[in-house]
Design a protein around this ligand. Structure first.
Ligand code: SF4
Ligand code: MG
Length: 335
């Protein structure tokens, strides 16, 4: 059964040397309700992959609580973890063993599952499951006998998705799952994920730096910057009416089809002439203060907390509701 994933006040620190650490996630809360598609967006280094790793039991938790339904995931490792949660990573080139056939690779989770649960599944039954899963992701049956090198990047990502789905998870985490692919292949994989989401009721946590990508898949969006959530809400709202200055920049820098809008976006961005990101110590300040065109003194001395925003959703900004209204010219139409 599908269940809700909740992440509450998560803090992830990575040790640097013996005494110091780098805080990758600084008090993040989010949830993926059963059957929902949630996009987690932010530039590289914003901590979004660390949130995914924490959910997958692959990152050190300094604080916080992660639950899936009634199961607390915090300290669960390896086979103790629910099979309901699976992941697809970015790189379809390195994530498949080049010496194993695709069939062998896809059967691996099934064999491990049988070993763990003491159940038995005949070779014929495993073959059948593999063939069905390959068909579901749009690959021919002969795929099982071949090796990763015989496939393109897009095909390999389909294979990675098939491997993630073979144990019939209820929640799929996609960490930059289409970022290494050509635009047309990206669209195919996104459509496939959307189909699986709709057809199987699969919950999705879709992680990307590219707002234009997630915009097609996600029903809700969570926007992260330097380890914190800046804004969250329905995708329609966050994309159409971004209320946080950082989200506005993200939306402005997302690729747009409309040339007029593109020109307006470029002019506006040049006018803002923002300095590049700097990894200075945060302390009690808004993490976006050094890049924010609206920053006031308070932004450098007081941490803005995530709170209900005037138009809906949640925003972590002292000036939420007081910023100039957002102009729709910066937003491409949603499909
Ligand atoms: Fe900008 Fe201040 Fe809002 Fe941070 S709190 S986003 S610096 S206005
Ligand atoms: Mg990442």
């Amino acid at each position: 059964e599908a269940a809700e994933l909740t992440v509450s006040d998560l803090v992830v620190d990575y040790p640097i040397g013996r005494r110091r650490h780098r805080r990758a996630v600084d008090g993040v809360s989010l949830s993926v309700p059963a059957g929902r598609a949630v996009g987690l967006v932010g530039e590289s280094g914003s901590g979004k992959s660390s949130v995914a790793k924490a959910v997958l039991g692959m990152a050190p938790l300094s604080a916080g609580r992660i639950t899936y339904g009634t199961t607390v995931l915090n300290d669960l490792r390896g086979p103790a973890r629910p099979q309901d949660i699976q992941v697809v990573f970015q790189d379809p080139y390195s994530s498949l063993d080049p010496t194993k056939t695709i069939g062998y690779t896809l059967q691996e989770p099934l064999r491990a599952h049988c070993a763990r649960t003491g159940r038995s599944l005949s070779a014929a039954a495993r073959d059948e499951l593999v063939r069905a899963m390959l068909a579901k992701v749009g690959l021919p049956a002969g795929t099982a006998e071949r090796y990763p090198a015989q496939f393109s990047g897009g095909q390999r990502q389909r294979i990675s998705i098939a491997r993630a789905l073979i144990l019939q998870p209820r929640l799929l985490i996609c960490d930059e799952a289409v970022s290494a692919l050509d635009l047309s292949i990206q669209a195919q994989i996104l459509n496939l994920l959307l189909e699986l989401h709709l057809e199987l009721g699969l919950s999705l946590l879709f992680i990307t730096h590219d707002l234009s990508v997630v915009n097609h898949v996600a029903e809700d969006l969570v926007v992260m910057f330097r380890g914190r959530v800046m804004e969250s809400g329905s995708a329609e709202l966050v994309y159409r009416q971004p209320q946080h200055p950082y989200t506005r920049q993200l939306v402005m820098s997302a690729p747009m089809q409309d040339l007029e809008a593109q020109r307006a976006r470029r002019e506006r961005r040049e006018a803002l002439a923002l300095p590049p990101a700097r990894q200075a110590p945060l302390g009690e300040a808004c993490p976006f203060a050094h890049r924010c065109p609206f920053a006031v003194d308070r932004c450098r001395s007081e941490r803005p907390l995530l709170r209900s925003a005037p138009l809906g959703g949640q925003v972590a900004c002292h000036l939420a509701g007081e910023l100039p209204p957002w102009s729709d010219e910066h937003t491409q139409p949603r499909e």
